[in-house]
Structure formats: structure tokens, C-alpha cells
Design a protein around this ligand. Structure first.
Ligand SMILES: [Zn+2]
Length: 161
């Protein structure tokens, strides 16, 4: 059964505190009970957990002298979680309203990560593929110069939806 969750927006704002255990015990229990039977809120919680996890790792990455191989482990985990990225962006929206500086860090980390992926470049793309790309993107496709540009394009796309 699925009913419309009337207080979805309000609950989204509680999820961060819920995850950190900062809610009063009664609210914590109430929300926990609700999450057990509301699929929509449960999905939002899963996304928020993922965002929190990535944020935590981002903080660790910025710490001086991370342990050897840590970046590889983070990269491997991110690759394993590509399925969850759509949910992740949704969580990011929520978090952006709550703690914009935190979301900015996430966006930069994710933007930087996406930037390192094997994006097509003018050197690698053949003439035919270029034509296909230009059908999809009316403007000439250019590889972003830096993670900030990726961030800008991602946020502008997101706002259009
Ligand atoms: Zn709900």
C-alpha cells in the first residue's frame, strides 16, 4: 500500500537530525516508526545516509595525511554506488537548503569525481560521434575546463527539472 505522505517536506528537514540522533527521543521514535511504513520517506532516508557518508569521506579526504590507498577505496565505493547517484542528487537538494556550505563541498567533490570520469573530448571523438553529440547538444560540446564548470552545468540542469 502506498499513501501520499502529507508531511514529506517537513520530514525531509528532520532526516539529517534523525541520522545524527539529535531529535528528542519521542520524535526519533515517531519518525523511525513512520520510516518503517512510508516508502517515500524511507527512500529519502537512504539517500540522506548516502550523502552523509560521502560527506564524511570528503572530510576525511581533506584531512592532512590520509591513510595510504584511501582515495582508491573512496573511488571504488563511489563506483559501486553509481546506481544511487540519482537519489544522491535528490538528497543534495534537500541538504543544500539545510546546510549550503556542506552541500557545496559535496557538489565540489562529486563534480570533481565526475570530471575525472572518461568524458569524450575533441581528440577522442570521431566525426560521426561528434555529429551525434551535436544532435543532442545544439551548442558545440566542450569538455569542461575544471570541476567548477561541471558543477555549474550540473546545477543548471538540475534547476530545469
Ligand atoms: Zn513519509
Amino acid at each position: 500500500m502506498s499513501t501520499v505522505c502529507r508531511d514529506y517536506r517537513e520530514r525531509l528537514d528532520l532526516l539529517e537530525d534523525y541520522l545524527e540522533g539529535r531529535l528528542p527521543a519521542s520524535e526519533q521514535a515517531q519518525l523511525s516508526e513512520h520510516l518503517g511504513r512510508c516508502e517515500r520517506c524511507a527512500q529519502a532516508l537512504a539517500a540522506a545516509q548516502l550523502a552523509t557518508q560521502v560527506l564524511r569521506e570528503a572530510r576525511l579526504l581533506r584531512a592532512p595525511e590520509p591513510s595510504l590507498g584511501f582515495a582508491q577505496r573512496v573511488t571504488a565505493r563511489l563506483q559501486a554506488e553509481q546506481q544511487a547517484i540519482a537519489d544522491f542528487w535528490h538528497a543534495l537538494e534537500v541538504f543544500a537548503r539545510r546546510v549550503s556550505w556542506t552541500a557545496s563541498v559535496l557538489l565540489l567533490v562529486l563534480g570533481g569525481y565526475l570530471w575525472t570520469l572518461d568524458l569524450p573530448t575533441h581528440q577522442q571523438v570521431g566525426p560521426q560521434e561528434t555529429a551525434e553529440v551535436q544532435e543532442i547538444f545544439p551548442e558545440p560540446y566542450q569538455r569542461p575546463a575544471n570541476p567548477e564548470e561541471v558543477l555549474l552545468s550540473l546545477t543548471s540542469n538540475g534547476a530545469g527539472r
